[in-house]
Design a protein around this ligand. Structure first.
Ligand code: NI
Ligand code: MN
Length: 226
């Protein structure tokens, strides 16, 4: 898989020949002004929950590409009213897609859409093919249900976890989360975008390195292949 960081909690992931875009919040993000939303290829847009800093560019990308939304029932219905197609899920449920298997898993957070519409329960995604797997946690606190992921899904190659604290878990809790999900290669997200979530990069990386784990903090626009 090829993972490109689009800033905040937004990623473009080429997985099993398909382009997935996760939680696009690009045009309002001052740190991501070098990313052109109209250039982002997408076959599917995965939305973890309804907050503005995760859905801002869903509509633009869907209109540019014809991509459908994969999210919870409430969010897929909300975008459906705007003429955007989608596949609704609810927590604990999974489905087969062209790119592989996807399961919508628990997150401990809140979820309301930008116009105040109830956004259903927040979640994260585990995505896997015959050869690779990743977990995108969405916005979440550390929680014990993360222990269910290695019990119910294939071994993860990488996990994308929020590390900015304040609105989600911080990096110390993300380090514990990496134990729960049995994955030692973590990409951090949901940090530095706003004053509340600025973090010390060196301290965060050191905390992981001391436990023999890797915390990857990607430059916005950078791509890594796993
Ligand atoms: Ni949120
Ligand atoms: Mn958020």
């Amino acid at each position: 898989m090829k993972i490109t960081y689009l800033g905040h909690a937004s990623f473009a992931i080429e997985f099993n020949g398909k382009n997935l875009v996760l939680d696009p919040f690009i045009s309002p993000n001052e740190l991501a002004q070098n990313i052109k939303v109209s250039d982002i290829p997408a076959d599917y847009i995965l939305v973890s929950h309804g907050h503005m800093d995760h859905v801002a560019d869903v509509e633009a990308i869907a209109q540019n590409t014809g991509a459908g939304v994969i999210s919870n029932y409430e969010i897929v219905s909300w975008f459906g009213e705007k003429g955007i197609s989608g596949h609704p899920l609810n927590l604990g449920g999974g489905c087969e897609f062209e790119f592989g298997s996807l399961k919508y898993v628990n997150a401990v957070h809140s979820s309301v859409l930008p116009d105040g519409t109830y956004g259903g329960n927040p979640g994260g995604f585990v995505v896997w093919s015959d050869s690779q797997a990743f977990y995108f946690a969405g916005d979440t606190a550390l929680h014990m249900d993360m222990k269910l992921i290695p019990m119910t899904c294939p071994k993860l190659d990488v996990a994308i976890l929020p590390i900015g604290d304040n609105f989600t878990m911080g990096y110390q809790d993300a380090l514990l989360a990496s134990n729960f999900i049995e994955c030692d290669r973590i990409i951090g997200c949901h940090y530095d975008t706003f004053g509340y979530i600025e973090i010390d990069h060196a301290a965060a990386k050191k905390a992981f390195a001391e436990k023999g784990k890797e915390l990857i903090l990607m430059d916005i626009g950078a791509t890594i292949e796993i």
